[in-house]
Design a protein around this ligand. Structure first.
Ligand SMILES: Nc1nc2c(ncn2[C@@H]2O[C@H](COP(=O)(O)OP(=O)(O)OP(=O)(O)O)[C@@H](O)[C@H]2O)c(=O)[nH]1
Length: 511
């Protein structure tokens, strides 16, 4: 095996193992133990069949762990959205639109990334503070605002109404739900339940920012734990690689000492021959010459047999270490093949949106640049449509998030049913989908987008026995030469906003 192919093998193995470790994450004790066994097996050099057995065992657990992670992220997303809703319903003023929009955008695009959760909570805290500040400057008289008292320690404490307690209960329950949902080691369980009871038992609004801070730090601990187990796992992998390295070094040493022995033998033999030749020149009778030659020949013969047995021993050692190295490499090759398959499956999962089962935003970002480049190179037109479900918040608010999820999974299926083979659809985020029409000029794309709009409009949706109409607004743009995918998207998005402003349920494109 060459150095570069063994490097490649090690790299693939490193990626596969680190990915597995990330998935394990400490959520599932059963999975943890299988992954630990797997690590041990690799380190101890158990055969590939045994490792395969462990991988088969791990597979369903990995899938459940993935599901649990997905469920946890969904709860974080809905909790954050309800926090915004509570804030919106109870502040004296509308929430500051840009920050609210930003937070909602961040929630939509980052709810699946646990390391972003503390930042999302911090943004919510900022939104709450800005809401108060804005209320403070424009409504000097309304001294009993919730957030005035929350963040500014208002003088007018008497006005803390039962209404405020109700708000506190709503916010606290949402936060307690979040804390409950964290996956933390046992030693933090005490802290979690103290925080939960502080949240549910507290009606002092001034305490809320402090409690929110504690929620953020627990979220950060939960994320830190994942990194800790990943680091541990990688260090185990390094040990395994160090053992391979030791085998290579010892094999190299054996080869080196073999050639050193050969050199030593040559010079010893040469010296003996020289000595013999000198002695022969100095001998003055036949008998002493005969004795001398016998003596020298036997010493040369001893040197040779000593050398032969040393060579045989060293060859045996070298062969053994080469065989053991070969076995290790073969085992690693087999292991890495199965891990590579698993990695590929996991990568495919990472590119697919779990709810709608269509490619997600990451997949879109990977695909759009090469697509634009190919179309430009072959001088073919490409159009991009941004489709957004109209009044989707109302669906959630009226029939609940589960009904909203159902609509979200049906709409892209309906869109796909009218697309051609080469057209591509992605879930860009929230209730927004991107459709790419390669090899299609704007007028043709306009017809296709109109067909999408009509199809969604005609789809019968039923919420708790009631028929409900769902529609989409669509913004369309054609790719211009040298244009970046971001600018193309921006132009289509602008058209989407125009479609929304002009009454929704319509397709708009640049004239
Ligand atoms: N059920 C559910 N709701 C989601 C999901 N992602 C985003 N949302 C919700 O989608 C809603 C989007 O609302 P807005 O951006 O106000 O848009 P809208 O109500 O569709 O209104 P217009 O776009 O202006 O027609 C928010 O309430 C989000 O919480 C999801 O995966 N599931």
């Amino acid at each position: 095996m060459t150095e570069s192919s063994s490097d490649k093998l090690i790299e693939v193995l490193r990626k596969a193992v680190s990915r597995t470790s990330m998935l394990a994450e400490g959520n599932y004790p059963e999975l943890d133990s299988v992954v630990r066994q797997l690590r041990q097996s690799i380190t101890q050099g158990v055969n590939a069949d045994e490792i395969q057995k462990l991988l088969n065992q791990a597979e369903p657990l990995l899938l459940s762990s993935d599901k649990a992670q997905e469920e946890r992220a969904k709860l974080v997303r809905t909790s954050l959205q309800s926090l915004i809703d509570v804030l919106g319903k109870n502040a004296n003023q509308p929430l500051p639109a840009p920050l609210k929009k930003q937070l909602e955008y961040e929630i939509r695009s980052k709810w699946q990334l646990p390391y972003e959760w503390p930042n999302l909570l911090k943004l919510f805290l900022e939104l709450s503070q800005q809401t108060f500040n804005q209320t403070d400057s424009s409504h000097q008289t309304e001294k009993n605002s919730l957030f005035q008292r929350l963040f500014n320690r208002s003088k007018d404490k008497d006005q803390a109404q039962s209404n405020d307690q109700e708000i506190m209960v709503q916010i606290s329950h949402t936060l307690a739900g979040l804390v409950d949902n964290l996956s933390l080691p046992k030693r933090y369980h005490g802290e979690m339940s103290t925080l939960k009871s502080a949240l549910t038992g507290n009606s002092n609004l001034e305490q809320l920012p402090t409690l929110l801070d504690e929620v953020i730090s627990l979220v950060m601990i939960a994320i830190g734990k994942t990194q800790e187990s990943l680091t541990k796992y990688l260090s185990e992998l390094n040990k395994q690689l160090a053992s391979i390295n030791a085998s290579v070094t010892s094999s190299y040493q054996s080869q080196k000492s073999l050639s050193e022995s050969r050199e030593g033998f040559n010079s010893k033999l040469q010296k003996q021959v020289e000595e013999t030749s000198q002695a022969v020149q100095g001998a003055n009778d036949l008998e002493s010459l005969q004795n001398l030659i016998n003596e020298r020949l036997s010493s040369i013969s001893n040197t040779m047999s000593e050398y032969r047995s040393r060579m045989q021993e060293q060859e045996k050692d070298a062969n053994q270490s080469i065989t053991s190295l070969k076995n290790k490499v073969t085992r690693m090759e087999k292991d890495s093949a199965s891990l590579r398959t698993m990695l590929q499956e996991k990568l495919a999962q990472a590119m697919t949106d779990a709810l709608t089962e269509i490619p997600n935003r990451t997949a879109y970002q990977d695909a759009i640049l090469p697509l634009c480049q190919i179309m430009q190179k072959t001088q073919k037109p490409l159009c991009l449509a941004v489709c957004d479900i109209d009044f989707f918040k109302k669906v959630n608010d009226t029939w609940g998030h589960l009904a909203g999820d159902k609509v979200l999974s049906i709409v892209p299926k309906q869109i796909r049913s009218v697309l051609q083979k080469e057209d591509l659809i992605f879930r860009y985020g929230g209730e927004e989908f991107v459709v790419v029409f390669p090899n299609t000029p704007l007028d043709k794309a306009m017809e296709k987008a109109e067909l999408i709009r009509q199809t969604v409009e005609k789809t019968p949706f039923n919420m708790q026995g009631e028929p409900v109409s769902i529609s989409v607004s669509i913004g369309l743009a054609q790719h211009k030469a040298q244009e970046t995918p971001e600018s193309l998207f921006e132009r289509a998005d602008k058209q989407l906003y125009q479609a929304k402003d002009s009454g929704r349920n319509r397709v708009m494109a640049e004239k």
